[in-house]
Write a protein that binds this ligand. Structure first.
Ligand SMILES: NC(=O)c1ccc[n+]([C@@H]2O[C@H](COP(=O)([O-])OP(=O)(O)OC[C@H]3O[C@@H](n4cnc5c(N)ncnc54)[C@H](OP(=O)(O)O)[C@@H]3O)[C@@H](O)[C@H]2O)c1
Length: 289
């Protein structure tokens, strides 16, 4: 069974390609541009895939506030195009979405289940919700997998972007103290864990909506402190509020996802976020250039 991975150069796309090896065909943005319907059809047709995984996205959460149409084109219309093509050929579509579909409930303090009502806060979040709705309504054989706080090794090779772990280590090299947001609770998740969850969902023949993150939760400030502690770095980290940080886009104060449906239907039980971080840092050390 050939699996086409859209977004081959991204953190998750690279991880899936390395997990699946010869079973998968990666499609870069040059080959398949989600904003260009002609390339979507031509590129997918050429792969002969029976499963399409959409790991591509417009992920610039703050920039999306000033260019919402660009975010909608990639994150909402792109998945709609994939869904239409997959449905017409009875091909399974696996689409990756985000914890940011939640957030409007500012008093929330319990993990969100798949049946909880969504409520996105910003342009990126709205575009991601649009994408998952298009996939769920447009392609009968679908999996929509929401994740959170993603970091993977591909970000180390990128000229721009990076991920939270790489950003913290780069900032630490410039000396502390660092100010990091301490009032957004979420679950950092490595691409290794998310790729394993997606693989388990496909292998088990599961369909529908799933949450897939590491287990446990923390704040970005807690995550930063853990990164430095596990890296043996003595960096002073000061917790600040979302308001003090002053990002362009509003973000959920609480976006922990309940993954029990994933565990029940696949038998795959994601590790704690601290364990996944330890493995990421060990691999980083082992492959340092
Ligand atoms: N990162 C997070 O913290 C986070 C949190 C929750 C959910 N997610 C979701 O998880 C999924 C994977 O995220 P990630 O962190 O692996 O993403 P990523 O590293 O930012 O990679 C995004 C990929 O999408 C590609 N892409 C962008 N615009 C495209 C277009 N118009 N057509 C085709 N490809 C395009 C990029 O190609 P180029 O390299 O050419 O730009 C890149 O390969 C996404 O759905 C994301 O929304 C991420």
């Amino acid at each position: 069974m050939v699996i086409a991975v859209v977004g081959a150069t991204g953190q998750l796309g690279s991880e899936l390609l390395s997990l699946w090896g010869d079973r998968a065909v990666g499609l870069t943005r040059d080959q398949l541009d989600l904003a260009d319907p002609a390339t979507v059809e031509a590129a997918l047709e050429a792969t002969g895939a029976r499963v399409v995984v959409n790991a591509a996205a417009y992920n610039q959460v703050d920039l999306a506030e000033s260019e919402p149409a660009a975010a909608m084109e990639v994150n909402s219309q792109g998945p709609r195009r994939l869904a239409r093509w997959c449905a017409s050929r009875e091909i399974r579509l696996v689409h990756v979405s985000s914890d940011f579909v939640f957030g409007v409930d500012s008093s929330r303090n319990l993990p969100y289940t798949e049946s909880d009502e969504t409520g996105p806060l910003g342009a990126y979040a709205v575009s991601k919700l649009g994408g998952e709705l298009h996939v769920r309504s447009g392609c009968p054989d679908h999996l929509v997998v929401r994740t959170c706080g993603l970091y993977g090794h591909a970000a180390r090779r990128r000229e721009r972007g990076g991920n939270f772990v790489e950003t913290m280590l780069r900032l630490a090299a410039g000396g502390g103290p660092l100010k990091v947001v301490d009032d957004q609770r979420c679950t950092p998740t490595s691409t290794v864990v998310l790729a394993a969850a997606i693989d388990a969902l496909i292998e088990s023949g599961s369909t529908g909506l799933y949450h897939a993150t590491c287990s446990g939760s923390t704040t970005w400030c807690g995550f930063a402190r853990e990164i430095f502690e596990r890296s043996g770095l003595d960096v002073e980290v000061e917790g600040i509020t979302t308001a003090e940080f002053g990002a362009a886009a509003a973000r959920p104060g609480y976006s922990v996802l309940d993954c029990s449906r994933l565990v029940r239907d696949t038998g795959y039980s994601p590790p704690d976020w601290q364990d996944a971080l330890t493995r990421y840092l060990a691999m980083r050390d082992a492959t340092a250039e």
